[in-house]
Design a protein around this ligand. Structure first.
Ligand code: TYD
Length: 204
């Protein structure tokens, strides 16, 4: 199965993925973890360009296309071969990040972002998407502020509110694929919710 993880900045996504990894290792469940943008040598180079705080002149369209480029490289080089080999593939962010960040928050529109991603990934969607649900104002508070070297984090609270609303819409629209996890509790509580949900869906 192909499982992706989504959420706003600072929701504790990386931490939860680490905890899930510990659980999978302890229970002898094989998996392959990757991330977006990145996960291959080419995609990691694209990542540097996208996130570089100095690239202030990057257009929204260029940004969206770069994410899609990094994605198709990862899909062809890593995700598909791993899935074909029968592995459980976990990915930190995927197309829903593009829909929420570029489609909703940048204002490019979901249709545009879906169109370029249709071209890139030919509608290759995850089996399930774990969405860590926490509003950005709470997430940034928890995180202790904005990373000043990260172009996306620097986009302002209004932008991150739109990302959050985008995710909420996507979760409604794709309710059979989305697993919405309330991430407002403790780290342990959120971890348990993720494990319970993945078990219920037959992923683990
Ligand atoms: P990263 O440092 O990995 O953020 P996080 O730890 O929150 O996952 O940086 C990835 C950034 O790229 C993050 O701000 C979300 C953004 N992003 C998009 O805007 N569109 C996309 O398609 C993807 C995959 C990520």
């Amino acid at each position: 199965m192909f499982i992706t993880f989504e959420g706003c900045e600072g929701v504790g996504k990386s931490r939860q993925i680490k905890e899930l990894e510990n659980y999978l290792k302890t229970n002898g469940i094989p998996y392959y973890l990757t991330r977006e943008p990145g996960g291959t040598p080419v995609s990691e180079q694209i990542r540097k360009v996208i996130l570089d705080g100095k690239n202030t002149s990057m257009t929204d369209e260029c940004e969206a296309l770069l994410y899609a480029s990094a994605r198709v490289q990862l899909l062809k080089e890593v995700v598909k071969p791993k899935l074909d080999a029968g592995e459980l593939v976990l990915c930190d962010r995927y197309i829903d990040s593009s829909l929420a960040y570029q489609g909703y928050a940048r204002g490019l529109g979901v249709d545009f972002v879906e169109k370029i991603n249709d071209y890139a990934i030919k509608n290759f969607m995850p089996d399930f998407t774990v969405f860590l649900d926490l509003p950005p104002e709470l997430a940034f508070k928890r995180k202790g502020g904005v990373d000043k070297n990260d172009r996306l984090e620097l986009s302002g609270m209004d932008f991150h509110q739109k990302v959050y609303q985008g995710y909420k819409d996507l979760a409604k629209k794709y309710s059979s694929r989305f697993i919405v996890i309330d991430a407002s509790g403790t780290r342990e509580q959120t971890h348990q919710k993720i494990i319970d949900a993945l078990k219920e869906k037959g992923v683990i």
